[in-house]
Design a protein around this ligand. Sequence first.
Ligand code: 5GP
Ligand code: ZN
Length: 141
Amino acid sequence: MENCIFCKIIAGEIPSAKVYEDELVYAFLDISPINKGHVLVIPKEHHESVAAVDEATVGRMMKIGSRIGIALKRELEADAYNLHLADGTAAGQVVMHAHLHIVPRWIEDGFHWNWRQLSYADGEMAEISEKLAQRIAKKAE
Ligand code: 5GP
Ligand code: ZN
């Protein structure tokens, strides 16, 4: 897609530090990493949302993402890695070409996810889960 920075990277119009490529996906170092070695895996076909990417390609993104995570542990001696995907602006997506982040992690690397833990009112969990289950079942029909 025109004016998409990641499509330009796939096409070689913008340079990137490539770590993997096949017929479905392309993986390269994030230019502003959370930790050094932070990789992005992207589908070769342009889609804003991962929900629009075909199942085989999403599967490949996850599979290669974990292979990259293991490579980060072996090559950079990372202690662990996070897989992160922001789908939509409110979720923190800035580049509107679907992408999976693989972030190498070290104990005491100084980075913390801002994870909070809310609680549900009585009956609220059942209400939300039932609504979601119905919606998901409709989609699968
Ligand atoms: P998002 O916030 O959309 O989940 O992540 C987009 C990521 O793309 C950011 O972490 C940002 O550093 C990275 N990024 C943006 N532009 C470029 C670029 O031109 N080259 C590379 N390698 N990474 C980029
Ligand atoms: Zn694109």
